[in-house]
Design a protein around this ligand. Sequence first.
Ligand SMILES: [Zn+2]
Length: 198
Amino acid sequence: MTDAQIQAACGEATALGKRTMVHAHASGGAKAAVLAGCTTIEHGSFLDNETLDLMVQHGVFFDPNISTTHNYLEHRKQYLGIGNYTDEGFAEMMKSLPIRLETLHRALARHVKIVFGTDATAGAHGRNAEEFIYRVKDGGQSPMEAMVSANSRAAESMRLSDAGSIAPGMQADIIALDGDPLKDITRGEARRVCHESR
Ligand SMILES: [Zn+2]
């Protein structure tokens, strides 16, 4: 998209009070999106410090979805040959993994508002909690920050004032775990989900 197209899409959404989530890997697209008033950047694999700082200034959320890349690589056989999923593409994905982690480190150091997301990628459903493990073990995010990114900060990014925390009058999906994910992030796998509406 051209910057003018991004401005038209995000500007119109902002005028209507809507949020806009933009899938951008490089700084050029992400910067244009932030300046156009978009509210969340997905992936952000190659964001430079200037763009990360701009995101902080504009209160833009960042979803680094590290597990998405792992999921593609693990399901290479199923994806290969579909559209632009090629050997070259997978080689680039492999190369991008350490870069994406380094970007996450810089984003954390700059206090960018990081949210949890999955990119809704085929093959990852039911294993989304692996994002916590990659974030904490490889990305350097604290276990608590990783958890908060998936509840109250995620709710904040979606402007849901009645979700994301446990309190009277709030809506909640309460997830019971077998251990303490703050001590061992691999315990973040959900065993039971209890939906409670008011
Ligand atoms: Zn995406």
